[in-house]
Design a binder for this molecule. Sequence first.
Ligand code: BG6
Length: 583
Amino acid sequence: MCGIVGYIGDEQATPLLLNGLKRLEYRGYDSAGIAVLDDGKISVAKAEGRLANLAATANIRGNIGIGHTRWATHGGPEVRNAHPHLSKSGRFAIVHNGIIENYKELKYFLELRGFEFVSDTDSEVIAHLIDFYYVGDVITALIKAACRLKGSYALGVICSDEPKLYAVKKDSPLVVGLCEKSTFIASDMQALTDKTRNFYIMDNGEIAVIGKDARILNMNGEPIKKSVYHAVWDNAVAQKQGYAHFMLKEIHEQPQAIKRTLDAHMNSSLDFLDGINSIHIIGCGSAYHAALMGKYIIESLTGIRVNADIASEFRYRNPIIRGDDLLLAISQSGETADTIGALKIGAGRCKSACIVNVPESTLTHISSPMYTLAGPEVAVATTKGFTTQLLNLYIIAMNLLRRLGDDRYKLLEREIYSLPSLVSKTLALEPQMQQLGVRIAPHDYAFFIGRGADYAAAKESALKLKEISYVHADCYPAGELKHGTISLIEKGSIVVAIATDRALLDKTVSNIIEVKARGAFVIGISCFDLSNVCDVTVNIPRATFVSPLLATVVCQMLSYYTASARGCDIDKPRNLAKSVTVE
Ligand code: BG6
């Protein structure tokens, strides 16, 4: 996902822009660039690959500037496609996060009028369109251009005629960071929490005009009164604090993240649950796996029907939605385009809520938020974001049981309160997981199996291994292996079996024996003794309800140490973005 920063103040912009972009690196990118304005002249520097390549060439001066990290969508990662893009006159430079859906039509319109394009991107049309409408007033040109754009955009703009910084927002996140003697813009607050805690959270159809002060206008050019949002995130949390990688730090932050989150919600009334008879839970990637586990947890405990869907599937399959349904979106960033799009399907048809980690993110403005308080999550592969999502689903199950007058809620309540210490005990298995990571590292394939909520845990565990170690890990319901996939099992195949449900234990043991008979090396993750059937057993703390969550914590460490043994770029895996704000 692309990242945007902008600065206006008394200092040189370049180092501040590079610092902001570095704090956005976690979003994933393959090129970067900055543009600065000095005495009516715009200078641009761009580079392919990591920010270090840009820093090496960005010897440009000016106290107003914009910067961008690009995660390629339209057009490859070459420098000519990197942002900022200049307009034909050279008067405007823009950076863009989002997708312009009608860019081909606009490109044709502009080429007919003599505009020449140097890139394959959709974003370049924005720079030329602003130029096309510019007759001396930047705000009017921005409004006219924005009205022609279809799709999503968070824009940073500078103009050589005006010593100002401009920003325009529609469907992609954008914040204004307010400092005493300077002002920033960025894709999210995390880019700026080392500079300020005070922000304007821009809404759709708003324009920021930033000079000596920061004004917010609507699309009629009229000023809007914005309240200042004070970010509470601890800036120290967004640093590695001595860990080799953000991912390892965030794995170890889970007990505290879970404690903060349960303290926030255990006595909440969760009003969005009033009067619902069925739940649709939607998400992408790990958030979908949380949704799937939520289905097993809530249905098995409450008897309330739960449908778990991949957001990009849900939104296009014309889902059956009834008035007494709840549409529950799960998203760490709150900005994933497919999840936002899927949630909008339910608008006006049923109640909606979201489990989100980033405060004031888009999803929290279009549905009732039930925040996870995991704090900033920098590693692309989610860990504390995921387990706090599961915690909120357990709390929802507990709340529903209490509403149903089912006393089992007290058992679940007691176990939820013990979850921070159960996770701490699970983290103590780290040395064993480090050894197993080294054992798995030489393999290019791995199979994860489980039944019920353990199947959802196995899916998330397979994704975790795939994401950061590039081992081709896949997950199958344990009972499904014999219907085809077992043909792939041969001597030495790595199989990770998650078995924490006593009611399904014997069945899963049978599946373990099936793959053992074909030569597999089986790692059993369980709170039961599997040493007589598995090559290695990982004994997680015994629990009644939350064992699948504990199993995913074990597999986070397994994935981390496998990736470490394979020398992978753990916090910034190739091709991945922390959140994909384009469809
Ligand atoms: C992917 C991330 O891009 O988006 C995954 O790499 C994440 O880690 C998925 O689970 C969904 O993101 P979010 O922010 O909606 O949870």
